[in-house]
Ligand binder design. Structure first.
Ligand code: SF4
Length: 335
């Protein structure tokens, strides 16, 4: 049976290495497996913590779509659509809000972590949390079920959101009869990419990211400032590559043989950090250059991007209508 892959990205910034080696590798693999694939540009969800910055969200709808196209997401295999253009998702969010308690949302580990990371917006202890942000897992359940998504590619940190969706589906079906499918998550093989500063997570707001559209000069500056083993003060000091972000990225973008050589030479003190970084810059640019070239192409052919988004959104609208009729019928509100 054909699966329906459903995923979404919040348009709040360009894609970085964390996205590329995590979610995006999963997307590239899944698009080749012959399943139906819906990819939501989740602008409404982005507004839950950017409601005071609509320009940022609007700009990034285009940016993130062209980033995805530039890494090889194929619009003939993947259906792009904009969340706010599908009113059924908002409608479903309201229906589902009756099926989940406030305390369950407050206990959701993903929501709790995100609230603690957004103190400037939601207060020290989350005392200024908005109704919209607390409820975004409900809106995600609507995103998934609006298109009958059966397989959901996610990172490990998002598993609680899928569990929340599954709970809502079970509750819905137990009250209104078997209508919705319980989705299952598909975990990315590379779970998370660390930041240049050694932080467990790479992120725009953390200021520790290499973006796929960074130019070669920016990549050079970022890699030159990456955290290395602090015990290596002189060029010929031996060091531990496992305490070094440069080696960590070599393992992502360099081949096995080179990584082995770097590891051995670092431990013996026969390679200096500057040379090691220069090699990483070269390898990183080899990875990013084709992406930059494609990005430039889409920037010069905006009409192609608009066509991809419009056609994908129209297809999604049709799908959503069919599913909504089914749901309203089950809820006995199909007047
Ligand atoms: Fe890191 Fe390379 Fe320096 Fe070793 S030589 S500490 S791996 S940058």
């Amino acid at each position: 049976m054909k699966e329906r892959i459903l995923t979404g990205l919040r348009p709040t910034g360009n894609l970085h290495l964390g996205h590329y080696f995590g979610a995006c590798q999963n997307y590239l693999k899944l698009q080749e497996e012959g399943n139906e694939f819906y990819l939501e540009i989740a602008d409404v969800q982005a507004l839950t913590d950017n409601f005071n910055n609509p320009e940022k969200v609007r700009k990034n709808v285009y940016e993130i779509t062209t980033d995805l196209l530039s890494i090889g997401i194929d619009p003939n295999k993947v259906n792009f659509y904009i969340q706010s253009k599908i009113p059924e998702i908002a409608e479903l969010t309201i229906f589902y809000s009756n099926l989940v308690t406030v305390s369950r949302l407050q206990r959701n580990p993903t929501v709790k972590t995100e609230i603690s990371q957004k103190k400037e917006l939601f207060g020290e202890k989350g005392e200024s949390i908005t109704y919209g942000f607390l409820g975004y897992p409900v809106s995600q359940a609507a995103d998934i079920t609006c298109f009958n998504g059966t397989k959901i590619p996610v990172g490990e940190d998002q598993l609680p959101l899928i569990e929340q969706c599954r709970e809502i589906v079970r509750k819905f079906n137990s009250i209104y009869g078997d209508t919705l499918e319980e989705p299952t998550p598909i975990l990315s093989e590379t779970k998370r990419v660390k930041g240049l500063d050694g932080n467990e997570k790479m992120g725009k707001s953390l200021g520790n990211a290499i973006f796929l559209v960074d130019d070669s000069e920016t990549v050079k500056k970022k890699i030159m400032s990456a955290k290395t083993d602090t015990n290596k003060i002189h060029k010929d000091d031996p060091a531990n590559p496992d305490n070094c972000m440069v080696y960590y990225y070599h393992k992502l973008v360099n081949n096995e043989e080179n990584c082995k050589r770097i590891c051995e030479n670092c431990k013996k003190g026969t390679i200096g950090c500057v040379d090691c970084k220069k090699e990483l810059i070269e390898k990183m640019n080899e990875l990013l250059e084709p992406i930059r070239t494609k990005k430039e192409y889409y920037n010069n052919h905006k009409e192609e991007v608009e066509k991809i988004i419009n056609e994908g959104t129209n297809k999604a609208k049709e799908e959503a209508k069919v599913q909504m009729n089914k749901i309203k019928e089950a809820m006995k509100i199909n007047y």
